[in-house]
Ligand binder design. Sequence first.
Ligand SMILES: Cc1cc2nc3c(=O)[nH]c(=O)nc-3n(C[C@H](O)[C@H](O)[C@H](O)COP(=O)(O)O)c2cc1C
Ligand SMILES: CCCCCCC(=O)C(=O)O
Length: 375
Amino acid sequence: MSKIASVQDLEDHAKANLDKNALNYYSSGSQDMITLQDNVNAFDRYQIRPRVLRNVSNVDTKVSAFGLTFDYPIFIAASAMQKMAHPDGELASVRSANKHNVCYSLSTISTSSIEEVSEAAGQVTDNKKIWFQLYIYNDKHKTIDLIKRAERAGFKAIILTADTPYIGRRLPDIRDPFMIPSHLKLKNIQTEKIGEAETSTQSSENASWLARYFKENINPGLTWDDVTWIKSVTSLPVLVKGVLTAEDAKLCLQYGADGIIVSNHGGRQLDTAPATIDALPEVVRAVNGKIPVFLDGGVRRGTDAFKALALGATAVFMGRPNLWGLFYDGENGVDLMLDIVFEEFKLAMALSGCASVKDINESYIQDSRHIFSKL
Ligand SMILES: Cc1cc2nc3c(=O)[nH]c(=O)nc-3n(C[C@H](O)[C@H](O)[C@H](O)COP(=O)(O)O)c2cc1C
Ligand SMILES: CCCCCCC(=O)C(=O)O
């Protein structure tokens, strides 16, 4: 087999070898998967405007947020049930992120517990670059318990996912209903409903296990007041994940969010929502530097990350590439994936004439659809 040289190679490997149950769950988007594809394709509509003769003998890729410094502005997004990709699952991912000194975000719906992930992130609390992605359960006590456990375990931020009042309509999952493998457990939560959901295959209302689990456990009635509520029960920074408009970005400011993740959930929720790189500029403009703005969705290359930073993101997250790396070779596979993307990013900086992340700004990017209006 040829050497792995790109995230695409890792994805190809997973698509050829991963079992159908896990592959369908990991790879699918909602409905016609238009947003899923557009997340990736949209990056190619933007071009980098390189500057030359800028002395790039040293390139500093470090970035800071919430008082933490990271070696690269490319983090790992929360994705559920990582032990389907590799027996070490989330523990391998967090070890790799930790080794690379970047942020790992842990899904509520994980196959390793909050405490196990914290332990795998190392002994020194200050060095743990772990953020906890929160789904708000119907039972508020369960939700508070998750937040408190994350705080105690040394997580440094809470990411409230706001785009999933119900699970998106994922056709592969409806056609061949996803089942969590019987040897795996959702380690963070005890739910009375899970046994029931796990054993049934398809309900009369044509909802998959995932959709039913969500409907039975996760609160679809959230409002902006819940941001205020979460802020009242934790001292950690609270980020809102799933923002795609200037209007919601302003509400984030109004309700005291500490950060925003521009995200469409990797195209798994509302199909035909905009690609995240297209939505980023209006969110950045609305926020006007008051809080950091992050992006996820379709980031597959270092140049994608460069483009997001040029449009105002503080850092980006990658979701599926983590799973493809994990499946390829556990922790080593995630290392390989991060090494490739980081090398691409550093080289993109050097070839664009940016010696520091602080140098990357709007002047380094053009939207190929608007290029003629600029002339
Ligand atoms: C298999 C899978 C599981 C996911 N699970 C969660 C989750 O539990 N919570 C969440 O907020 N987002 C979840 N996401 C969305 C990711 O956090 C992220 O928004 C998305 O994967 C980014 O797009 P990308 O996969 O193109 O990088 C999941 C995504 C995938 C692919
Ligand atoms: C087991 C309940 C569904 C988990 C949903 C995780 C998620 O966000 C996803 O996109 O899938």
